[in-house]
Design a protein around this ligand. Structure first.
Ligand SMILES: Cc1cc2nc3c(=O)[nH]c(=O)nc-3n(C[C@H](O)[C@H](O)[C@H](O)COP(=O)(O)OP(=O)(O)OC[C@H]3O[C@@H](n4cnc5c(N)ncnc54)[C@H](O)[C@@H]3O)c2cc1C
Length: 577
């Protein structure tokens, strides 16, 4: 009753509003199908929505032409324009996308922050020791099935570092913590608990299968050095900066390999700028302090010079207008060109773009000696030159770490290479039993890149997972044979044969990317049998999206994307902390 009455009230209210504009009779169809002549019906002045009785009184003026008791259909709704429909549809889709993304982000961050219960150490399983937590080890840790192994990780730092964005940290485009991922965020999500020790491997004993490592952090406990056994050792300690034995490099240059290197460069850069603005500083000293020299024309050196240029143009000019015009960037490279791994076309594009950005590129220039305030080099014509500098960044490549050199010595004859550990096509260290090596610490035909290291890590995890699977099948096979279950034994034999096919490591090149400054990047991307070479602003967007997608976690991705927006909107921070 109430519902019907309210329905009438609603209809009456609607009809009154419609009538207020005069109801066209053509919109009302009679029960016998006869359309009454078009006639404007004046609105009844009777109040219609005070109660149902009033409604009944009001209706005859409009409904007198109807037969039957059902109310007449509502007047037609005005037609929506196409544009309005499009706006409504877009708004609805956007809302659904926003709600979906928010739910996903909340769910992912909740599950990331609430790791599950893990299996305990199992003495019946093999002990797998992983040295390092860089690109190779982290990708290995992600792939390994810990139900089959007891895993221990040893590394002097307790986080994974996303090195491709390290140059952006040197000037504050990206915050240091945005590109770090604590190793425990990865290991706490494994099926079995993983031991993680912050320590530096000092030596590996390949005969007794042990690793000795020490706590090299500032805070030390009663135990500083310890030795652990391994059944299998995954050796991925990376490499250190190569100074080529040039005097003064270690003492005076800044390197760019670890997060603390990037932070040191940022501080020193601001120190040079503040010192250059010190009262009554002589002109020659201002020029020296504001001369930023980068040695090494590979991707690291080029990207650092590019970030420095952006910082200068986008921020320093606003806050230090009196000296910004005097800041000079020089890139020194011993080879005939920068970025030798890129196509000729992109090398030329980069060189001209850097010259446009007023970055001096000195190719065929060999540094011979580094002093506190200047470096001495031989120019392209072999003439000695002196280059005064305020900040010197050394980015010339890798050499083996002392611990790797000592392992190579211990293994003797099969390890005669210079760049790192010789491995076979399954990443097994030559001349060693149960030692596998990955990434920059190895001597392989591949360039020392994150791409190669992470692919090797994934590959080795698959090998170990297959080895464990084979052991499981073998155990089941011997049970089936004991029980004389020939059908099952045959099936298991087939499975065993399949799991025993171990393919050698195959590197798949996904392309080379580098940021070259002024919102431009270059990319050589394999396509079909060839390569697509591109450069410019669109490539910079591709470069950013590629790195954003490769970042290890949702947390990293969110932080880096926020940093990029922050830098664009608020600028970079110039405080020297
Ligand atoms: C600034 C910069 C930018 C780069 N950009 C790119 C890029 O854009 N694309 C690309 O493909 N590659 C890039 N690279 C190269 C890439 O970072 C390396 O090739 C990659 O890190 C190699 O991985 P890795 O696991 O062998 O070594 P790393 O990632 O260096 O990891 C080595 C690990 O071993 C640990 N360790 C060191 N000593 C010991 C010890 N004694 N005991 C135990 N652990 C130890 C370290 O703490 C670290 O965790 C860049 C490198 C730098 C420095």
């Amino acid at each position: 009753m109430i519902a019907k009455a309210s329905q009438r009230i609603v209809w009456a209210a609607v009809s009154q509003r419609a009538q207020a504009r005069y109801i066209s009779a053509s919109s009302l169809r009679c029960a016998d199908g006869v359309v009454p002549p078009v006639q404007a019906v004046p609105v009844s002045a009777t109040p219609v929505y005070s109660n149902s009785q009033a409604t009944v009184e009001a209706r005859p003026a409009v409904t007198s032409t109807y037969t039957g008791s059902s109310p007449p259909p509502p007047p037609p709704r005005p037609k929506r324009s196409r544009a309005r429909k499009w706006v409504v549809r877009t708004a609805r889709t956007t809302l659904v996308v926003i709600l979906g993304t928010t739910t996903y982000v909340i769910y992912r961050s909740w599950s990331n922050r609430h790791p599950p219960q893990q299996l305990d150490y199992d003495p019946t399983k093999k002990r797998l020791v992983v040295l390092g937590n860089g690109w190779a080890s982290t990708s290995f840790l992600k792939g390994i099935d810990t139900t089959d192994y007891n895993v221990t990780v040893v590394s002097p730092r307790n986080f994974f570092l996303f090195t491709p964005l390290l140059p952006s940290v040197t000037v504050g485009t990206v915050d240091a913590r945005s590109i770090l991922e604590p190793t425990r965020f990865i290991t706490r999500h494994k099926a079995r608990s993983v031991e993680v020790y912050e320590g530096e491997a000092e030596s590996v004993d390949p005969v007794n299968k042990t690793v000795t490592f020490s706590d090299t952090s500032k805070v030390q406990g009663e135990i500083e050095v310890t030795t652990i056994p391994y059944d299998e050792l995954v050796y991925a300690v990376g490499a250190e900066n190569n100074t080529f034995g040039i005097p003064g490099v270690s003492e005076h240059a800044c390197f760019l390999k670890e997060i603390q290197d990037a932070e040191k460069i940022r501080k020193k850069l601001m120190d040079c700028i503040e010192t250059a603005t010190f009262k009554d500083q002589p002109d020659s000293e201002i020029d020296r302090l504001l001369h930023m020299v980068v040695v090494g024309g590979g991707p690291t050196g080029v990207e650092y010079a590019a970030e420095l240029h952006d910082f200068l143009v986008e921020d320093l000019q606003n806050w230090y207008p009196e000296i910004a015009g005097r800041v000079k960037i020089t890139l020194v490279e011993a080879l005939p060109s920068v970025l030798p791994m890129f196509s000729k076309q992109l090398i030329d594009y980069t060189t001209s773009s850097m010259q446009g950005n007023k970055i001096d590129v000195l190719t065929r220039t060999m540094v011979k000696k580094v002093e506190a305030k200047k470096l001495v080099a031989l120019d392209a014509n072999k003439n000695p030159i002196e280059i005064p500098y305020g900040l010197l960044v050394w980015a010339t490549g890798n050499t083996a770490r002392p611990v790797t050199k000592s392992l190579m010595n211990a293994l003797g004859e099969p390890q005669k290479g210079k760049r790192g550990l010789a491995v076979d096509e399954f990443m097994k260290v030559a001349g060693a039993d149960s030692i596998w090596a990955l990434g920059d610490c190895t001597q392989t035909p591949y360039a020392p890149t994150a791409q190669a290291a992470s692919q090797q890590g994934q590959y080795l995890a698959r090998i170990f997972n297959d080895l464990a699977k084979r052991s499981r099948i073998e155990a089941a096979l011997s049970e089936a044979q004991t029980a004389r279950d020939s059908a099952r034994a045959e099936k298991l034999q087939r499975e065993f044969a399949k799991a025993s096919k171990t393919l050698p490591f195959h590197y798949s090149h996904q392309g080379s990317l580098a940021y070259i400054g002024s919102e431009k990047a270059i990319a050589d991307v394999p396509f079909g049998n060839g390569t697509i070479s591109t450069g410019g602003f669109a490539t910079m967007l591709f470069w950013r999206s590629a790195y954003a997608s490769q970042l290890f976690s949702l947390r990293n991705r969110t932080l880096v994307l926020t940093d990029w927006v922050k830098t664009k909107v608020l600028g970079r921070d110039v405080s020297r902390n």
